[in-house]
Design a protein around this ligand. Structure first.
Ligand SMILES: C[S@@+](CC[C@H](N)C(=O)[O-])C[C@H]1O[C@@H](n2cnc3c(N)ncnc32)[C@H](O)[C@@H]1O
Length: 271
């Protein structure tokens, strides 16, 4: 019992949504999770790079906003990168979206630009330990997120064991079909594909099958984090330019400056 209590999830759902929140769900897929969150928030927009996913999303949940957006270019979506959203949420997607080094910081910049000052970026994805090339370590993610101007609030890496169903075509076999599709298509015949899948299932049986209860479990190492866009963020030179001078100054400094200019000399003397 004590051990169960320790295992209790300490990430409250209110990080994910409040009734007044306007949220973007990046890498929403076909939308089942977006729809669950939609019940608890004012507005949610599901965006995904795959036209096929969004087509399914629209068919299944026509009453929820969804559209095709490559999130690596989120900063170019003029009605999303508006600084009006309370949260940018992402589940099981960020490791795919960030897999290419080049657009990585642009993706996080897009999230930053979508959020209101004080808004939250909330993500759960795979972590280093699953597969080195695709999944980031917590430290690498933290550096990327902070590099875009966010304040890192908290992060966590945990082993989450998932027991797979045993139905035919589900479980490991279904998983290989789903994710291995592009590789299997390289094989010339259905027989060759089936043989390859069977071989992979047999190999995995030896590592995933539990001896104590016969179930099949896979290990997934999950990285979750929450980061906040600061209330006052540092403007880039491009954002704050006069005709002949380029200033490097924070919003906070601008407000303080405007405030002091609007004060009467007597007020300033009393400071
Ligand atoms: C494992 S699914 C997660 C779906 C959903 N968030 C969930 O938890 O059920 C990952 C999704 O990321 C999407 N994705 C991958 N790269 C992307 C990109 N560059 N821009 C937008 N979506 C992307 C994929 O199309 C896919 O739907």
């Amino acid at each position: 019992m004590a051990q169960q209590q320790e295992q209790k999830d300490t990430w409250p759902a209110d990080l994910y949504g409040e009734k007044i929140d306007e949220i973007i769900d990046i890498g929403s897929g076909e939308g089942p999770l977006t729809t669950r969150i939609a019940l608890h928030v004012k507005r949610i927009v599901g965006i995904d790079g795959s036209a096929n996913m969004i087509e399914h999303f629209k068919k299944a949940y026509p009453y929820i906003e969804s559209r095709v957006v490559d999130c690596r270019l989120l900063d170019q979506e003029t009605d999303l990168a508006t600084g009006n959203f309370d949260k940018v949420f992402s589940n099981a997607s960020l490791h795919w979206i960030l897999k290419d080094p080049e657009p990585r910081s642009n993706t996080i910049k897009g999230c930053f630009e979508a959020l209101k000052p004080g808004g939250l970026l909330v993500s759960g994805s795979g972590a280093l330990g699953n597969m080195a090339k695709l999944f980031p370590s917590q430290q690498a993610m933290k550096e990327l997120i902070e590099g875009a101007g966010f304040n890192w609030i908290k992060g966590e890496v945990r082993l989450r064991q998932t027991t797979l169903t045993e139905n035919e075509k589900c479980g490991v076999e279904g998983w290989i079909h789903l994710f291995g599709g592009p590789f299997l298509e390289l094989l010339p015949t259905i027989e060759a594909r089936d043989a390859a899948v069977k071989h992979a299932v047999d190999v995995l049986e030896t590592v995933g099958r539990q001896q104590h209860d016969g179930s099949f479990a896979v290990n997934y190492i999950r990285l979750r984090f929450v980061a906040r866009k600061p209330q006052w963020h540092h403007l880039s030179c491009k954002e704050f330019q006069s005709s002949d001078t380029t200033y490097d100054i924070s919003c906070f400094e601008i407000v303080a400056l405007i405030h002091s200019i609007s004060r009467k000399p007597a007020d300033i003397a009393s400071l």
